[in-house]
Write a protein that binds this ligand. Structure first.
Ligand code: G1P
Length: 271
């Protein structure tokens, strides 16, 4: 069973500066609802019971969002507005399942994952990157089904324009398993167009084995001097750990850039 999810939220959000110099991008509203709530809802609907948020001191606004009781209690007493009460109850429901851990130095996604190591209970867990929204289909839920079938790690995949491969982790395919799933031969972080093994990109949904922590502990910085989860995944694949790539249904929205962020509200308003 996959019961725990982790969400790296300590990123600096440089692609959304100047906004992110004072605000956490994950709280920005997308069609009126903070981006992070879409991710939490996806987890709940997929049967996740505990979510670990990896934040930093600079992003404590995210923690504050879930722990602003005095403010709510005062306003609810004064205004008696059912909408506010409903929102407060929702936040209380969310926070029951959230645990916060800290990554104060921006050393990369791999380093963020490592901060959760002592809290992961089962052999496998889910990781969601908060910039990557997927609508019209619960990608995490589909991936958990695949995990249940193959008892292996799973990563979400999408074909991208070959010109953009240096923006993504890219898969080399070993063999197709069925219409939407394939065995991964290797994965490389942000290759050049010249050296890319394919145009199949890693999208931010991963079911990872607990043993990834052993690799992360020894992981050297890679592309851009960061510790990448992709590099530790590749080490596991090399040791014959099975990873399945899943071509998800649903629409991908990249909320980590300004254009993508603006577009995501438009797309969600159509649903
Ligand atoms: C991260 C991963 C990359 C993946 C991407 C998906 O990159 O390192 O492998 O393809 O997310 O959004 P980042 O967006 O942090 O540059």
């Amino acid at each position: 069973m996959i019961k725990q999810a982790i969400i790296p939220l300590a990123g600096q959000g440089t692609r959304l500066l100047p906004l992110t110099s004072v605000f956490a991008k994950e709280l920005l509203p997308i069609n009126g609802k903070p981006g992070i709530e879409y991710i939490i809802d996806e987890c709940i609907d997929a049967g996740i019971k505990e979510i670990i948020f990896i934040i930093s001191k600079k992003k404590e606004i995210i923690r504050d969002y879930f722990y602003n009781d005095k403010f709510y209690q005062k306003i609810i007493k004064k205004k008696k507005d059912p909408r506010i009460l409903k929102e407060y109850k929702k936040i209380l429901k969310y926070r029951k399942m959230i645990r916060f851990v800290y990554q104060n130095k921006p050393l990369g996604t791999g380093d963020a994952v490592l901060k959760t190591s002592k809290y992961i209970k089962d052999k496998f867990f889910l990781m969601i990157l908060p910039d990557d929204l997927i609508i019209n289909n619960n990608c995490s839920k589909s991936m958990i089904k695949i995990y249940n079938r193959y008892k292996s790690s799973v990563m979400a995949s999408m074909n991208v324009n070959k010109k953009t491969v240096s923006r993504w982790g890219i898969f080399k395919l070993k063999k197709k398993i069925d219409k939407n799933n394939f065995l991964i031969d290797s994965v490389v972080e942000k290759p050049s167009i010249k050296n890319t093994p394919s145009n199949k990109a890693v999208i931010g949904r991963y079911i990872l084995p607990k043993k990834i922590f052993l690799k992360l502990k020894k992981q050297k910085p890679g592309k851009g001097g960061e510790i990448h989860i992709t590099d530790s995944i590749q080490s596991l694949i090399k040791e014959n750990e099975k990873f399945v790539g899943h071509n998800f249904r649903g629409k991908y929205l990249d909320c980590g850039t300004m254009d993508g962020y603006i577009n995501s509200s438009k797309e969600i308003s159509k649903t």
